[in-house]
Design a binder for this molecule. Structure first.
Ligand code: SF4
Ligand code: SF4
Ligand code: FES
Length: 265
């Protein structure tokens, strides 16, 4: 059985006496131990003041994101057997520090979702008696694939652009917008999407080094979505120069009839 040396970042911004420092805890590793279990053991048996977030313990709620040996990841999905016996845990950068390993991702995600207007835009009036609209299975699965984000913030914390540019929307927002872009129930035009992400705080600020996709615990294809949305916005930026029929042909967007075809096919 290994002895684990776990160095944990400690700081309570609300305590004027508190100074940022690292504190080492020594634990006996147990079978199937996750970092969540290790941190809980520290809190229950060594230091009840240790702050960290968790809820589901199953990689679903996105609460337990932290920097694990220099790399953003989920504490509940990371087993200690996959790490060396010296483990360094730090809070996710970029987000507001609440204390020790706990950060406020919620405020950031709320403003991001509001900026990209993260809801279906339609002029249709809701009729509760109307039959449900059918959607092609393949398209429904594609939308579901992009809807799997658990808002853990790991991709934002790993993003060089986000760390330099505080208003950068990040790969998670661009992925979220791509989810509405392919949804035929959303009646926003390509110009509307361009207005949201067609600048340096959107797709044009992205350096394309793909740290975001590397660290995403849900393995969301962020690279593909960045590429699709970059192509769409690049095409929109030349509207007025390139004839409309050509823009429509080159657009990566699906047509709005749920036929699962793309305009550029
Ligand atoms: S690819 Fe773009 S969004 Fe992803 S980490 Fe790099 S700069 Fe950030
Ligand atoms: S895209 Fe992945 S890394 Fe980013 S917030 Fe969503 S689940 Fe986390
Ligand atoms: S506790 Fe929910 S994702 Fe880790």
């Amino acid at each position: 059985m290994r002895k684990l040396n776990i160095d944990v970042f400690r700081y309570n911004p609300l305590d004027p006496e508190s100074k940022p420092h690292m504190q080492t805890f020594v634990l006996d590793e147990t079978p199937s131990m996750t970092l969540f279990i290790a941190l809980t053991q520290i809190r229950e048996t060594i230091d009840p003041t240790l702050m960290f977030d968790f809820c589901c313990r199953a990689g679903i709620c996105g609460s337990c994101g932290m920097v694990i040996n220099g790399r953003p990841g989920l504490a509940c999905s990371t087993q200690t057997k996959d790490l060396p016996d010296h483990i360094v845990l730090q809070p996710l950068p970029f987000f507001k520090l609440l204390g020790d390993l706990s950060v406020d991702t919620g405020t950031w995600f709320r403003q991001a979702w509001e900026r990209i207007e993260s809801w279906i835009h339609t002029d249709k009036t809701f009729d509760p008696n109307e039959e449900e609209e059918r959607m092609d299975n393949e398209l429904a699965n594609e939308i579901f694939e992009l809807d799997r984000c658990i808002e853990c913030g790991c991709c934002v914390a790993a993003c060089g652009t986000a760390l330099m540019r505080k208003d950068f929307l990040g790969a998670t927002s661009i992925n979220r917008l791509a989810r509405f872009y392919i949804d035929p129930r959303d009646h926003r035009t390509e110009e509307d999407f361009y207005e949201i992400i067609g600048d340096d705080n959107g797709v044009f600020g992205c350096m394309g080094l793909l740290a975001c996709e590397d660290v995403c615990p849900k393995k969301i294809p962020l690279q593909d979505q960045l590429g699709i949305m970059r192509r769409m916005t690049a095409l929109q930026s030349v509207r007025g120069i390139v004839p409309k029929f050509l823009l429509d042909r080159l657009s990566p967007r699906r047509c709005g009839c749920s036929c699962s075809e793309q305009h550029n096919d």
